[in-house]
Design a protein around this ligand. Sequence first.
Ligand SMILES: NC(=O)c1ccc[n+]([C@@H]2O[C@H](COP(=O)([O-])OP(=O)(O)OC[C@H]3O[C@@H](n4cnc5c(N)ncnc54)[C@H](OP(=O)(O)O)[C@@H]3O)[C@@H](O)[C@H]2O)c1
Length: 254
Amino acid sequence: MLSEIKQANVLIVGASQGIGLGFVRSLLQQEHIQHIFTTYRNPDTAKQLLDLASQSGDRVKCLQVDITEESNIAAAIKQIQESVKQLHLAIYCVGVLHDQNLTPEKSLRQINGSNLIYSFQVNSIGAVLLAKHLMPLFNKSEPSIFASISAKVGSISDNRLGGWYGYRASKAALNMFLKTTAIEYSRRCPKTIVVALHPGTTDTQLSQPFQKNVPLDKLFSVEHTVTLLSQVISNLSLKDSGEFFSWDGTKLPW
Ligand SMILES: NC(=O)c1ccc[n+]([C@@H]2O[C@H](COP(=O)([O-])OP(=O)(O)OC[C@H]3O[C@@H](n4cnc5c(N)ncnc54)[C@H](OP(=O)(O)O)[C@@H]3O)[C@@H](O)[C@H]2O)c1
């Protein structure tokens, strides 16, 4: 769908590393992509992105956004609006599974309220705040897509193993936010497709501590994941809005 647009403008949120950075690299190879807006939180982890941007002329713009601060999101969108009238694709690649203070729970004994709140802020609430602020950039005549990277472990009906309470629940909440956004967008931004995407286990710092038991052929490189998800995105049509897709284009159950 996007390839039909002569000059497309794209936003990658969470582009400092991992899958988000992979999307930026891939988009840079596509001539019809005119502006690539990107967000990063921490300049220390965003060195590769900032270098890419400085080599790209004016094509890549980097905006600093901590997704837990709505004012940061609003300021970034305002800056984008100063350059373009419409976005054709926005991909939410932000996510947290672990950090210095956060380890995915194996048991109820490890449940910690502040960690749960943090997981929801980053994995779920950030995406719906973005959906709120993106409306003026989507509510236009040309088609557009709002895709968020979710995770199959956020599927309630597919949950057979348990564990990872905060990550699973925050991805399930993300999915509900996206489904609800798709319904409202069908009235307010009727040309915008809203989808959740499962990337498959991908070799990034997020999955790194949990790769031990993943068979090699099930551990995707960032480049492979971006290729697969780009195919899924390019095959989307309006009837797909509000759905949850895996990397191979199959629909996942909620
Ligand atoms: N890798 C996998 O196997 C896998 C599997 C299923 C789903 N996913 C999902 O795919 C998405 C991308 O993950 P990834 O594997 O590429 O992980 P990653 O390399 O750790 O990237 C995560 C991104 O989120 C950003 N981020 C985290 N907290 C943020 C905050 N408060 N404000 C703004 N940005 C923030 C990080 O920025 P910093 O550099 O500043 O930390 C980074 O850019 C996530 O939603 C993840 O849940 C990944």
